[in-house]
Design a protein around this ligand. Structure first.
Ligand SMILES: CC(C)(COP(=O)(O)OP(=O)(O)OC[C@H]1O[C@@H](n2cnc3c(N)ncnc32)[C@H](O)[C@@H]1OP(=O)(O)O)[C@@H](O)C(=O)NCCC(=O)NCCS
Length: 145
């Protein structure tokens, strides 16, 4: 299952948005492919990259095709991108926003060292109801590489 926004805009719309967002230096996107297979099974992105002295932060978001869940791809991709963010971009802080109750994604974040920092109440609407988001954060000094 794909995230709601991606389902709504369709594959072409999603790719166009990612390419548009990537024109500046405020976002980076990667496709996820299993070793030895040519098919894309997911994506992971850094968005809202802020390289300023005051912030040095970004948000990470990702999804994996449902038929590939539970095989470690999400954790491996996140760990690689977090390492890139802290080592190559020299960021100080990363954050992630997850729909409240998304225990699988929370587990992936916690395996890489993210901590749950709070709840954003009624942060998005789905199927006619306002839903909370969980906010996660990770500092460079906490990263379990
Ligand atoms: C979140 C997502 C990327 C995880 O990808 P994945 O490849 O299945 O993740 P992994 O296999 O690396 O790890 C999944 C972990 O969650 C655990 N898990 C699975 N179901 C769970 C549940 N209901 N509750 C708690 N943990 C759960 C697994 O046991 C595994 O942890 P473990 O290694 O300690 O056993 C994938 O489920 C997805 O694309 N979801 C939809 C989009 C999404 O939620 N994106 C995140 C928004 S930022």
């Amino acid at each position: 299952m794909l995230p709601q926004r991606v389902r709504e805009e369709g594959g072409r719309g999603f790719v166009q948005r990612v390419l548009r967002e990537q024109r500046g230096d405020r976002s980076r996107a990667w496709a996820i492919l299993p070793v030895g297979r040519p098919d894309v099974i997911g994506q992971i992105r850094l968005i809202d990259i802020d390289l300023s002295y005051r912030h040095r932060s970004a948000e990470v978001g990702y999804w994996i095709r449902r038929s590939e869940w539970g095989r470690g791809f999400g954790t491996e991709a996140l760990r690689l991108v977090v390492r890139f963010a802290f080592s190559t971009l020299r960021l100080h802080r990363l954050q992630a926003t997850v729909a409240a109750g998304n225990a699988r994604s929370a587990r992936v974040l916690e395996k890489v060292g993210f901590r749950r920092e709070g709840v954003a109440r009624h942060a998005h609407r789905r199927a006619g109801r306002w839903r909370d988001d969980w906010l996660f954060g990770l500092l460079r000094s906490e990263f379990l590489s």
